[in-house]
Design a protein around this ligand. Structure first.
Ligand code: IPM
Ligand code: MG
Length: 358
């Protein structure tokens, strides 16, 4: 029997509670499939460890992580540690070291969930956002000087390399090619940002030549927000820089009903390093310990994890079970306007999984 080794990293805020729910879903689906096992190691990396030891990740941590088939991640960010410390000390340290350069954010209107867009249909709102995940505005270049004086200065330099743009563009065209509509929108801001973003446009044009069966177009990021709201059905696969896609994916999640349901995959397409799966919602300190956070984003991230491991049938079954759960408003947590608690949603999911023997 196949055995997958999964590293479970709860991180901060509601992250650990959510990862626990994700692991329950994965164990249930493995049991149901009967053809693979999920072995989970819990890694206590996060802000608490940082406060005690000065490190988010233990010294031998990254070497250890290389031995896993995938990582299930909760969230990074604690009320009493600056956000940039947790981001760079934990999440980006993992994504960048493991070269998880493709960040995938599928967005769909799940059954039973209402969009703030009055007349949108599930066919119209079915997108795959691909976020460049290794450089751009998150490259970490820049510095500060003249601290405390009137001349205090800070630079935040975006880094755009041909290497990284080419590989994410190729990946995005491949993803578009695999989806029924075979359509890609390349998002930049190349009117105002005339170096890096123009390089994006040029490389898009070059890579497009290898994918004659994919229809593609270009959008400026500001106009893209309007199109997502006004004409969602005109979009399918979307590729954008690290920061642009970060912002667009929050808008996408809100349009699909709640940021509590959005999933993410941080993929190393070369397969040399483990990929990492996490909900997009973040650590939500206000919800910690209350038992009302929505685990759907984590369940859907677990679907992406199963797909990545090649367990496509189980991924489909889990996604089907998720939609049977969301179809019933009694399973909606407060972010969706309901009164269900986290445990109610998980219970409903496990019931849907055991009831479905098709
Ligand atoms: C996301 C989040 C993170 C990001 C935060 C928590 C730093 O917003 O995954 O979209 O900006 O990458
Ligand atoms: Mg974000």
């Amino acid at each position: 029997m196949k055995q997958y080794k999964i590293a479970a990293i709860g991180g901060d805020g509601i992250g650990p509670e959510m990862v626990a729910e994700g692991v329950r879903a994965l164990q249930a689906i493995a049991e149901r499939a009967g053809s693979f096992k999920i072995e989970v190691d819990w890694l206590d990396w996060g802000a608490e460890r940082f406060k005690c030891s000065g490190r988010f990740i233990p010294e031998d941590g990254m070497a250890k992580l290389a031995g896993y088939d995938a990582i299930l991640f909760g969230s990074a960010g604690a009320a009493d540690v600056p956000d940039h410390e947790t981001l760079w000390g934990l999440r980006l340290a993992i994504c960048q070291t493991l070269d998880q350069y493709a960040n995938l954010r599928p967005t769909r209107l799940l059954a039973g969930i209402r969009s703030p867009l009055a007349e949108v249909t599930p066919e119209a709102l079915d997108w795959l956002i691909i976020r460049e995940n290794s450089e751009g505005e998150y490259a970490g270049h820049g510095g500060r000087s003249h601290r405390g004086s009137h001349h205090e200065t800070a630079t935040e330099v975006s880094l755009f390399t041909r290497h990284a743009i080419e590989r994410i563009m190729r990946y995005a065209f491949e993803c578009a090619q695999d989806r029924p509509r075979r359509q890609l929108t390349v998002v930049t801001k190349s009117n105002a940002q005339r170096h890096g973003m123009v390089l994006w446009d040029e490389i898009a044009q070059e890579v497009a030549c290898s994918f004659p069966d994919v229809r593609w177009d270009r959008m400026l990021v500001d106009a893209m927000t309007v199109r997502m709201v006004r004409d969602p059905g005109s979009l399918d696969t979307i590729v954008a820089s690290n920061l642009h896609a970060d912002i667009l994916s929050d808008l996408a999640a809100a349009l699909a009903g709640s940021i509590g349901i959005g999933p993410t995959a941080n993929i190393d397409p070369s397969g040399r390093h483990p990929s990492m799966f996490e909900p997009i919602h973040g650590s939500a300190f206000d919800l910690v310990g209350k038992g009302v956070a929505n685990p759907i984003g984590m369940f859907w991230s677990s679907v992406l994890l199963l797909d990545h491991l090649g367990e496509h049938r189980s991924a489909q079954i889990l996604l089907g079970a998720i939609e049977r759960v969301t179809a019933d408003p009694a399973n909606h947590t407060p972010d969706l306007g309901g009164t269900a608690r986290t445990q109610d949603v998980t219970r409903a999911l496990l019931a849907a999984l055991s009831g479905d023997r098709s």
